[in-house]
Design a protein around this ligand. Structure first.
Ligand SMILES: Cc1cc2nc3c(=O)[nH]c(=O)nc-3n(C[C@H](O)[C@H](O)[C@H](O)COP(=O)(O)OP(=O)(O)OC[C@H]3O[C@@H](n4cnc5c(N)ncnc54)[C@H](O)[C@@H]3O)c2cc1C
Ligand code: SF4
Length: 752
């Protein structure tokens, strides 16, 4: 047995180790938060924060900050945990997989297009995808504003169905076809191919064209062997695509196989420049091979548009390309890659890894921005290894047969260089097809869009488990009341009651409850397996439902254990397990209900801070433009002062910085006022500006306080997790002791 002196001397060691571990953890957490806040402001500055299409909308009043959504998202940096809750960081990188929404156990995420009332980049289409006000003109796939291969396939099929209905309603009555075509499909991405397959299946005469030289649309332009995440979807004339991931090459091979098998009439290398209505009511598409007339046209153009050209001499040479399909076909070459986005960087790094290639990346800006983090690492490594040369602030001005001319630098540093060259890849983005659509009569006016059905808030899924647990609690109350004459007795008197044999913990009723509690615990812990990204899929069911069952089984198990113990807590391993279970349930409730409120306040304050900062920047822009630099100086000073109080290592350091910061703020405002006078900034403007600066500083500190409270509340997770482990250990000891020493003789009678 351990002596009490040994236990007493070990306790401080344990307590101090725990304190140190918590402190180190907290430091790491603060560092992570400061990194993610910085990343968020970089994303806002560089424009990658605002999502383009579907994106996660997070309800901060529900988010418990478990981070499962961040782990589930296959794209880089779309979501992160900021102040203990999930926040969209690089929204523009979201392609709408919606894995985050599936993974969220608190139903805090919905993947939607967000507020559509101000968006002027989404065409107005009806439910059957016909453009509002342009009969016979249909849009399908990403052009409608919804990304994803599966959505494109579903919409392509829906368009063919709508055309079939239209044709059936208005058959040719004069016996001869009024138009050579019933349907013209423009675009051979997933939407176009699905539309073509369905049209073939329905026997609609159609033709399909695409400006690219190959089939597949955006998927064909993905990097080699990219895994495409999707959901099971039915493809006409083929059947179900059942898997969740496909390699890009698998999908493209499938398109080609289907084209050959069903003889799909697809013409590649044909570009549509416009669509107009003829006097006879038919639609005419003006294309690079002449006009194509059809009763219906399906524009499945995607949103990548036509590659943007540089407009420089030599761009028409055959060595110039606007996409890269297979890096392995380029070896022993001098290659120039133009651009600074992810596609350009991926191409440059891929090409530079091929034997004998000498790759130069030309980018017109001073540094990369908006790049995915893995591409930043890849390009920096390639540059460090001397694998590729990167010339910032440069633009090609001429492409010759065996060289390219680059204009490098600006102003006095401007110069021209010529480098040997065999291939040029230009990644200057695309011109979206919006102009083409507008000229065809498609409206982008939000008022013309059919009203969006409000998404019904499906709640957190906790009402059912809580109601069930309440019903069980009421049942237990009735039971206790029924047998009140036994439960109201003291421990000694209970043993003499005739009901004791039946109701005692080791009696038949007590034992059934104990077994039920064990089964409930096991079910409860399965939630942890379901949460795991690796093993979770074996269990099926949504995480929201599992979270509900976690809550219900936890509460029901507590009721069973209470009844098993006869509503008395003894000084035994069983009694201690019951206390631990109580705390686990309370900590869980704090986490599930209270925790969301404080981080929401921090994130809300952070949003207000953003507004104040942009107001400061807007106000100072005019002064800064006139060369005074006063605005920049104030913002820099305030940020420095607030920053020094914000991400400090410990709570006490932050308290000190807070008190000291007030004095420093006053001094700084005094100095800045004098500076404003020297710079002849008008008095009222300077006053307003300094007020804003003061508020910015205070709000920055406020977020830090909220953050401290959040950190304290966040400890629920540790109590919940580690006390649950302790509770399971104690319960195991209790079961072992009970099996060895409890009076279970009645069991023998039953089994005999
Ligand atoms: C980097 C990246 C990763 C992605 N990852 C995934 C993923 O993992 N899972 C997923 O489901 N989705 C993913 N997506 C989204 C998905 O690729 C698109 O939503 C889907 O390809 C849209 O299909 P679409 O048929 O509408 O258009 P697209 O595939 O873009 O095809 C449009 C076609 O129209 C042609 N076209 C355009 N203009 C004209 C014109 N004027 N004349 C003639 N032809 C024209 C184009 O050449 C193109 O072939 C990703 C997208 C990107 C950019
Ligand atoms: S509760 Fe939902 S939104 Fe919040 S971090 Fe967890 S998975 Fe993401």
């Amino acid at each position: 047995m351990l002596s009490s002196s040994w236990i007493l001397s070990a306790l401080p060691v344990l307590a101090l180790s725990l304190a140190c571990a918590l402190l180190l953890r907290r430091r790491a957490e603060l560092k992570r938060f400061s990194d993610s806040v910085r990343e968020l402001s970089i994303a806002k500055e560089h424009g990658s924060h605002a999502a383009r299409l579907q994106h996660p909308n997070i309800d901060l009043s529900k988010c418990i900050g478990c981070g499962l959504c961040v782990a589930a998202c296959p794209e880089d940096g779309v979501l992160d945990i900021v102040y203990g809750q999930a926040v969209v960081v690089h929204g523009a990188r979201c392609v709408g997989h919606a894995r985050c929404a599936e993974a969220c156990p608190a139903a805090a995420i919905a993947v939607t297009l967000g507020d559509l009332s101000k968006r002027r980049d989404l065409p107005a289409v009806q439910a059957d995808f016909e453009a509002v006000g342009v009969p016979g003109l249909f849009l399908a796939g990403e052009i409608t504003g919804f990304a994803l291969v599966r959505t494109a396939v579903t919409q392509g099929v829906a368009v063919a169905d709508a055309v079939a209905r239209r044709l059936a309603a208005r058959p040719n009555t004069n016996g001869k076809s009024a138009a050579p075509l019933d349907l013209l499909i423009v675009g051979s991405g997933p939407a176009g191919v699905a539309c073509a397959l369905r049209a073939k299946e329905l026997g609609i005469p159609y033709q399909m064209i695409d400006q690219a030289e190959r089939l597949g649309g955006t998927v064909a332009c993905y990097p080699r062997r990219k895994m495409v995440m999707t959901q099971p979807v039915d493809l006409p004339l083929h059947g179900r695509l059942p898997r969740l991931t496909y390699q890009k090459e698998e999908l493209i091979d499938l398109w080609y196989q289907l084209k050959d098998k069903h003889g799909l009439p697809i013409e590649t290398g044909v570009r549509v420049a416009g669509v107009a209505r003829r006097a006879d009511g038919l639609l005419a598409a003006s294309t690079s091979i002449g006009n194509i007339v059809a009763k219906n046209i399906c524009l499945a153009l995607g949103r990548r548009g036509t590659p943007r050209k540089l407009g420089i001499p030599g761009e028409e040479l055959p060595k110039v390309s606007y996409s890269l399909l297979d890096v392995e076909s380029y070896r022993d070459l001098n290659i120039l890659v133009v651009g600074g986005g992810d596609s350009a960087v991926e191409a440059a790094v891929g090409l530079s890894s091929q034997p004998g290639n000498r790759v130069t990346l030309s980018y017109r800006k001073k540094a990369f921005f908006r790049l995915k983090s893995r591409n930043i690492v890849a390009i920096e490594n390639a540059i460090q290894r001397g694998q590729l040369d990167c010339i910032f602030e440069s633009e090609p001005t001429e492409i010759r047969e065996d060289a390219v001319v680059l204009a490098v630098g600006e102003g006095e540093r401007a110069r021209t260089i010529s480098i040997p060259n065999g291939e040029v890849f230009i990644f200057a983005g695309g011109i979206p097809p919006f102009e083409l659509l507008e000229k065809a009569g498609v409206s982008f006016d939000p008022a013309d869009r059919p009203a969006v059905v409000e998404t019904v808030d499906k709640g957190t899924g906790l009402l059912v488990p809580l109601c069930l647990a309440l019903a069980c609690a009421i049942g237990m109350m009735v039971w206790t009341h029924w047998y009140g004459s036994y439960y109201e007795l003291g421990a000694y008197l209970r043993a003499m009651s005739p009901m004791h044999d039946y109701l005692r913990p080791a009696g038949p009723f007590g034992l059934v409850l104990a077994c039920l509690a064990c089964a409930l615990f096991i079910w409860n812990l399965l939630y942890l397996v379901r949460r795991s990204l690796r093993w979770g899929s074996f269990l099926g069911g949504s995480l929201k439902v599992w979270m509900g069952s976690h809550v219900f089984t936890g509460l029901f198990a507590l009721l069973c254990v209470l009844a098993h113990s006869g509503f008395t807590i003894k000084n035994t391993s069983g009694g201690h397990a019951l206390i631990a279970l109580f705390i686990v349930v309370i900590a869980g409730s704090i986490g599930r209900y209270l925790y969301a409120f404080v981080p929401r306040a921090v994130n809300g304050a952070e949003a207000n801070l953003d507004t104040l900062r942009s107001e400061l920047a807007a106000l100072s822009a005019d002064w800064d433009r006139s060369g005074r630099n006063f605005g920049v100086q104030v913002r820099r000073e305030i940020d420095r002062l607030a920053g020094s109080a914000r991400w400090r290592g410990s709570f006490f350091e932050r308290i000190y910085a807070l008190i000291n910061g007030q004095f420093r703020l006053r001094r700084l405002v005094r100095e800045l006022r004098e500076e404003a006078r020297r710079e002849s900034v008008p008095d009222d403007e300077a006053r307003h500006f300094l007020d804003l600066a003061r508020n910015t500083y205070r709000l920055t500190l406020q977020t830090s306080h909220f953050e401290d409270i959040r950190a304290i509340l966040a400890t629920w997770r540790y109590y919940h997790r580690w006390l649950a482990v302790l509770m399971v250990l104690l319960a195991l000891i209790h079961i072992y002791v009970a099996l060895r020493f409890a009076d279970l003789a009645w069991l023998g009678h039953v089994t005999r």
